[in-house]
Design a protein around this ligand. Structure first.
Ligand code: AKG
Ligand code: FE2
Length: 327
């Protein structure tokens, strides 16, 4: 989209909230136009370069290409990329998340329509079902210090992230991986601050559970805090498994109908290791909708954990319900 490229160029010269907000609207309006269409022929072949490893493969950013991505996700179930994001971008996003979480606009403390000039939290009227009032939350009250945000509600963070994705070559990488354009979505592009709730998590899940077998997507999860095994903040726990299966939910002691029960995970773990990688702020992990994972809250955590979750869809399979988004 020509207008979007122009705004991106303007923003790179002179970043501003107004341009960041205008870009969100163009990304939302362009998403459905790019979504759908014919699907390319794809295979799940890869070069087995990580076959000898017992746990998840790890590489540096300089080795991230379509070969390592395929061998990581399709061969081992996930790929860890160390030092993915530079410290200054990590710090910028962490501070932005703090400000967005406590924004009166998010908490519903402003006028019913919200303050359209709040640089930290501003919901575009083009976001389905979400214009006025406080941000929606799945049960419970909104906290001003932790929780999740749709990245599109934080236009400046969104602009910085898209610029970062460009800088690391993500567009080309995902285009090659999917053999077609990649799209983000309103609902699965998330900024998060998880509090140290010490073992309260019950949510083993697969992000493919609701989306049907034909979906193709990849999650890029970036830690913005040192977290996971040996760290004082909640990490991410995963079953290191390359099988392309959706597991039964709502059984084996599951707490919700969309989660995989702990007894089933215990059974799976007899054959596939459950891992809780140690992440430094700026490290990333890539996995797809078959990955079985949960927030890995340790019993001794004392610190909150910040992260960015970006689910990229192959355009031909991008679900309308998630509001596909250009990036
Ligand atoms: O950040 C978390 O703890 C959860 C992340 C997650 O479930 C995902 O990225 O799909
Ligand atoms: Fe998930």
């Amino acid at each position: 989209m020509q207008n979007l490229s122009k705004l991106e160029a303007d923003y790179s010269v002179e970043p501003s909230f107004e341009v960041a907000r205008a870009m969100i609207d163009l990304r939302i309006s362009g998403g459905p136009i790019a979504a759908g269409g014919g699907a390319p022929t794809v295979t799940e072949e890869h070069d087995h370069r990580f076959d000898g490893l017992e746990h998840l493969p790890e590489i540096g950013l300089e080795h991230l290409d379509v070969g390592s991505l395929r061998a990581g996700i399709l061969g081992k179930g996930a790929l860890i990329v160390r030092n993915f994001m530079a410290d200054d971008t990590v710090k910028f996003l962490r501070e932005h998340i703090d400000n967005s979480l406590r924004s009166p606009n998010r908490l519903g403390q402003e006028c019913p329509d919200g303050d359209p000039h709040d640089p930290w939290f501003c919901r575009s009227p083009m976001i389905a079902g979400g214009a006025p009032g406080p941000a929606r939350v799945r049960g419970g009250d909104l906290s001003s210090t932790s929780g999740s945000l749709w990245t599109v509600d934080a236009p400046v963070a969104a602009a910085e992230l898209v610029a970062f994705y460009k800088q690391v070559g993500l567009h080309r990488l995902l285009q090659t991986y999917f053999r077609e354009q990649a799209l983000l979505s309103v609902r699965k592009w998330v900024l998060r601050c998880v509090p140290p709730i010490r073992g309260g998590n019950k949510g083993w899940h697969q992000d493919g559970r609701f989306m049907g077998a034909g979906i193709r997507k990849v999650n890029l999860w970036i830690a913005l805090t040192d977290c996971g095994k040996g760290m004082p903040a909640p990490g991410l726990e995963l079953v290191a498994d390359s099988r392309r299966v959706i597991h039964e939910t709502g059984t084996h002691g599951a707490f919700f109908d969309w989660t995989v029960g702990p007894d089933l995970v215990a059974k799976l773990s007899q054959e596939r290791p459950v891992v809780c990688p140690t992440f430094r702020a700026g490290d990333a992990i890539l996995f797809d909708h078959f990955s079985l994972h949960r927030t890995g809250e340790g019993p001794h955590d004392t610190e909150p954990r910040y992260a960015v979750e970006s689910w990229f869809f192959a355009a031909s399979t991008a679900p309308t319900k998630q509001q596909p988004l250009l990036f």
